[in-house]
Design a protein around this ligand. Sequence first.
Ligand code: ARG
Ligand code: MN
Ligand code: MN
Ligand code: MN
Length: 312
Amino acid sequence: GKVGIIGVPFEKGQHKQGVAHGPKAIRAAGLVRELELLGLDVKDYGDISYKAKNVDGINNMSHLGDVAGCTNCLSEQIQQILKEDRRVLTIGGDHSVGIGTIDGHVKEKKNVGVLWIDAHADLNTNKTSESGNVHGMPVALLTSELADYWPHLPGMDWQQPMLSIRNVAYIGLRSVDCYERLVIEKFGITAFGMEDVERYGIHDVVYMALNKIDPNESKSLHVSFDIDSLDPLEAPCTGTPVRGGLSIREAVHLMEMLYRTKRLNAVDLVEVNPHIGNQRDTQLTVEAAIHIIQAGFGYTRRGLKVPEGVTD
Ligand code: ARG
Ligand code: MN
Ligand code: MN
Ligand code: MN
């Protein structure tokens, strides 16, 4: 298997400094080495660089020109990595980077199913958001059914929402704004909150989510994993923590299941902010991120197979 890594040290989708240092912290914990130990051909494409776009006149979307510039470059980079026949791992950065990764994935593979693993729905528009932070808006920007709820956004013309909301499933929700809840109900969006994880267990939740968004087992799958889906006791270093989240075991189980589909072609790992909390907090959070990534790229807790060519 071949994997491409792209770092996105971007933090202007929200207002806390430090999340731009996520890629550096995750790489420093041995990301490339851990993936190579899985027998993968790993190519690290480094960090994305971008030019901000000139945008004004849009209300309640902080730093839209930066978000637009960064996610446009990122979308093109994702398409390139997938064209080179690599699965792609994107390290954020805040969750606005999901605009670029999912846009690129959909442009390249067309038929895409998205699992949005998050405490939050990230489904606001500039009219419903209470924060004006674009990291709370990516799902609404990406999906065709929600296109009518946006004004024309200069700088975002490259991004035509081509993903149907029917191809998106949430897991881990526990902090949903009232307009987000309204949209989830109106469109019947596949959404498993923490109470569903409690009721059915993570295995059945993932099974049901896949069955809903990809009943024919034909889609290219994309996991956009917000580290704040985890319980803050297990991953404290994140900008918008919400207590009562997924355990690391549930998250690893989820990623192992998705890896086994053989159709998991893109993983985003976002919202790790190494500047929040103390050194132990940072270590916990970064280690959790590494475990989740490893499971998504083929690590199994049962142990790996003996590498090919090695006998007795
Ligand atoms: N719903 C809130 C907002 O719109 C919080 C979003 C948090 N998003 C995230 N990617 N952590 O601002
Ligand atoms: Mn600002
Ligand atoms: Mn979140
Ligand atoms: Mn998020």
